[in-house]
Design a protein around this ligand. Structure first.
Ligand code: UD1
Length: 423
């Protein structure tokens, strides 16, 4: 497995283009099943999770191939409605295929997605909503046997604004008779991107981005061409990289409106951030100030996916910052690794207190999860000397090539082996 070698301690200067959004393209790939036709996804990021989705599509009889940065998917040949346990476990968001398969085939068989490094990740809200739409689901023995002779539109209310449940139910609702409303829906920008994709293929979905999504079911969808939105978490990562090391960077294609809570915190810490026509520019001083408590919350709150990289950026700040993680129960696993670089972080339950230190030192560290791995890179850029980052397969799940992008920003970072993941 490849390692990352990072020589830190120098400010950044440069620019990079922001990749397409992982959390947008994964549900869209599941949604291609509804079209039964050819879809061209432009700005599609080449990620390990996208590769896992491609394997699921192919296992179901569909075709998927790359043409430059476009992924061409043809779901006309769909000939199965079951996803194997091995494929289900490769990626947490494989559950989103359930709503799409059920809508297209009237039945689906898949196992629960694998356990998660961030803590328990139940799909009870997904299943409850699908049952309300008329699906019969037998989930004994870890396999979900789902049948729906007929799905019927209903008024659904989610117990909490789950991103995945909102998306799964949007996909299933496309295959219902009548209208479905999803109240207390998640409001993440990626849900609006999914709505835009579905509508581009002939669906009638409205309200995504607000807490009520409405889907008029029963419309025949067709293929089309769609451009995936920029990845706000990758953008947040690279802003935090500049905040960590200091310097000036430009993120081409990044949209500040998707990132407002992150840029607000970085401004409070002393960074100068401007939305440019082509992206976001960021100038950061050598040492940041501590900020008011950062509490993760569903969108438009501070994203849990940016908690680790922001924490890494604040390790050398003046003063102490309190973090409160409210989405996942096990999302501080990067803390022990950051401590190896000299960070001062105390964790108690969902709270972590980061007290800024004057210097960080390069160390050998291990990625514990996707964003935790990115946080190690962010911290290493500010650390004196050399860091080695191991178990980078986690990073490959969500970043096309983090070393390429950070080098574009002027960082001294490289992969140490030639056997980089190729898709
Ligand atoms: C998505 C994102 C992930 C992000 C997360 C929260 C994708 C592919 N992944 O994950 O990067 O960290 O949103 O912003 O888009 N929950 C239940 N029951 C359910 C579903 C969820 O209790 O049926 C709970 C979860 O345990 C968690 C919270 O709801 O505590 C939020 O989860 P959810 O919004 O569903 O996250 P994901 O869609 O899995």
């Amino acid at each position: 497995m490849s390692q990352l070698l990072i020589k830190g301690g120098s400010p950044l200067a440069g620019e990079t283009a922001v990749q397409g959004a992982k959390n947008s393209v994964l549900p869209i790939l599941a949604a291609t099943l509804l079209t039964g036709g050819q879809v061209a996804l432009q700005n599609c990021p080449r990620l390990r999770d996208v590769d896992a989705s491609i394997r699921i599509l192919r296992a179901l009889g569909c075709d998927a191939r790359w043409e430059g940065d476009s992924l061409l998917v043809d779901t006309a040949g769909l000939n199965g409605c079951a996803i194997s346990d091995i494929l289900m476990r490769e990626m947490r968001s494989s559950a989103i295929f359930l709503g799409a398969i059920l809508a297209r085939c009237g039945q689906a068989e898949l196992s629960y997605p694998g356990g998660c490094e961030l803590g328990p990740r139940p799909i009870d809200l997904h299943l409850a909503g699908l049952r309300e739409l008329g699906a019969e689901i037998d989930d004994t023995g870890g396999t979900l046997h789902c049948r729906a002779a007929r799905l019927v539109g209903r008024d659904l209310v989610l117990g909490l604004p789950s991103v995945g449940a909102t998306e799964n139910l949007m996909l299933a609702a496309c295959g219902t008779e009548g209208v479905t409303t999803i109240a207390n829906a998640a409001r993440e920008p990626e849900i609006a991107d999914l709505q835009d994709f579905l509508n581009a293929c002939g669906a009638r979905v409205s309200g995504a981005g607000t807490s009520t999504v409405t889907v008029e079911g029963g419309r025949r969808l067709h293929g089309g061409t769609f451009t995936v939105m920029p990845d706000r978490i990758a953008a947040a990562t690279y802003l935090c990289a500049a905040a960590s090391a200091g310097g000036e960077v430009l993120l081409r294609g990044a949209r500040e409106r998707d990132l407002a809570t992150v840029t607000a915190v970085l401004r409070e810490a002393g960074c100068h951030i401007t939305a440019e026509a082509g992206g976001i520019a960021c100038a950061c001083p050598g040492r940041l100030k501590a900020v008011r408590p950062v509490r993760t919350a569903p969108y438009p709150g501070f994203p849990t996916d940016a908690q680790a990289v922001l924490m890494a950026a604040l390790l050398r700040s003046r003063g102490a910052t309190v973090f409160e993680e409210n989405i996942f129960t096990n999302r501080y696993r990067h803390v022990d690794e950051l401590t190896r670089m000299g960070a001062d972080i105390r964790v108690a339950g969902r709270v972590a207190v980061v007290t800024g230190v004057k210097t960080l030192c390069g160390a050998a560290v291990r990625c514990t999860d996707l964003r935790g791995g990115a946080a190690l890179c962010v911290a290493a850029l500010a650390a004196e000397g050399e860091s080695r980052v191991f178990e980078t397969c986690h990073i490959d799940r969500g970043y096309e090539d983090i070393a390429r992008d950070l080098r574009g920003l002027g960082a001294d970072i490289r992969w140490t082996e030639e056997d980089r993941l190729t898709i």
